[in-house]
Design a protein around this ligand. Structure first.
Ligand code: NAD
Ligand code: WQD
Length: 337
């Protein structure tokens, strides 16, 4: 069964390609390498023993997307990771984000809905909840006005998919990720942030490695037990496995509605200081960090209620925060060696 994975050489996409191949799916990975490296393809092949088909194409080009699906008209499902994801950059260059995250989505959906089987998994984000009123966050928590153009593209993306499913034979699962971290246990694939990392865990591992002088902890005056923000850090392989389960649900027509939404998190919130402590424990490194002012746009806390994913998908995150951080550290050491 042919599955197209857009953004298939990216952080979450590459780990998902591995899990799909492990389950016997025939994968075509698509990526324009705007935020990934072609070497990831060999990494996937090394882990699974099979090099997936790969096409270096830009999904912002409607004609190219049309041509791609003409050649792959036996596709039975698409997992759509391809997007730009830097929140700050989206504030500075909103049109880049609307073009990449919306136009590409529309073009892929246009082609997919022209095929007999239109199963679609979408990378959404907990960012759609903004600062939710109650924790842990359930899927029926209200969607808050987006703080950034990036966040807005996820909300608009969910709406585009919902409208399309109403009008066509599209079936879709929207997966709202909390904070994905870590790397494959082989340390052959992992996260490859370009430039200065914006996310906490790559900043921590790069600091421990000596690439950054110190980590800035953005604020310790939040209304949380230790004053630092709380997030739900989920290991990327757990996340990848959820995509396979979600896809199988669509392929076997077990979905209860044409569009279903699931939170993907661990269900446990960890503060920034708890992440630092856990990292120090697993790495044996003392981390150089300093408390600084809050970062604009940060919410106090976000962690998932995962009951729906646990019960309906039969999926549960299995990796602890310490294991996930250990894998991130192993990966960082490997790529710098
Ligand atoms: P990533 O940047 O590592 O992967 C995205 C991949 O898509 C990259 O390899 C990039 O080169 C490719 N790509 C981008 N635009 C493209 C285009 N026009 N044509 C073809 N390829 C294109 O990001 P990731 O962390 O793996 O995120 C995957 C998805 O999950 C994104 O949609 C992101 O918004 C979403 N998401 C990520 C996080 C996170 O913290 N990592 C959290 C929630 C949601
Ligand atoms: C985590 C915590 C920071 C860096 C972002 C996007 C979100 C989603 C995931 C895609 C926060 C603190 C961070 C640092 C720090 N992506 N921090 N020093 O902000 O929860 O979410 O990535 O959908 O949309 O906004 O993740 O890793 O940036 O931050 O103190 O150098 O670590 O303040 O509390 P965030 P993050």
């Amino acid at each position: 069964m042919k599955i197209v994975v857009t953004g298939g050489l990216g952080f979450i996409g590459s780990h998902t390609v591995v899990e799909l191949q492990n389950q016997g799916f025939d994968v075509v990975a698509v990526d324009n390498l705007s935020n990934s490296s072609i070497t990831v393809l060999d990494g996937i092949a090394k882990i699974t023993g099979t090099k997936p088909l790969f096409e270096n194409i830009d999904l912002r080009d409607k004609a190219v997307v049309h041509d791609f699906f003409k050649r792959h008209n036996d596709t039975v499902g698409v997992i759509h990771f391809a997007a730009s994801k830097a929140v700050g950059e989206s504030v500075e260059n909103p049109l880049l984000y609307y073009e990449n995250n919306i136009n590409a989505l529309v073009y892929v959906l246009q082609e997919l809905t022209a095929l007999p089987q239109a199963n679609f998994i979408f990378s959404s984000s907990c960012t759609v909840y903004g600062q939710a009123e109650t924790m842990p966050i359930t899927e029926d928590a209200s969607i808050q006005p987006a703080i950034s153009p990036y966040g807005n593209t996820k909300q608009i993306g969910e709406e585009i998919i919902t409208d399309t499913a109403k009008a066509t034979h599209l079936n879709s699962i929207l997966l709202r990720y909390f904070n994905p971290i870590g790397a494959h246990s082989s340390a052959i694939i992992g996260e490859l942030p370009i430039g200065v990392p914006q996310n906490l865990v790559p900043f921590i591992t790069q600091t421990a490695m000596g690439l950054r002088e110190k980590l800035s902890v953005f604020g310790n005056d939040y209304p949380t037990p230790d004053g630092t923000c709380i997030r739900d850090y989920i290991h990327v392989v757990d996340l990848a496995k959820a995509h396979v389960v979600a896809l199988q649900r669509l392929l076997t027509k077990q979905n209860a509605a044409k569009v279903e939404t699931f939170n993907l998190g661990t269900g446990t919130g960890s503060s920034v200081l708890e992440v630092i402590q856990a990292f120090e424990k697993v790495s044996g490194q003392k981390l150089n960090y300093q408390i600084v002012a809050r970062r604009e746009g940060d919410i106090t806390a976000a962690y998932a209620n995962t009951d729906k994913a646990n019960q309906v998908l039969g999926w549960k995150a299995e990796t602890s925060l310490e294991e996930a951080l250990a894998s991130a550290w192993q990966w960082e050491q490997k790529i710098r060696s």
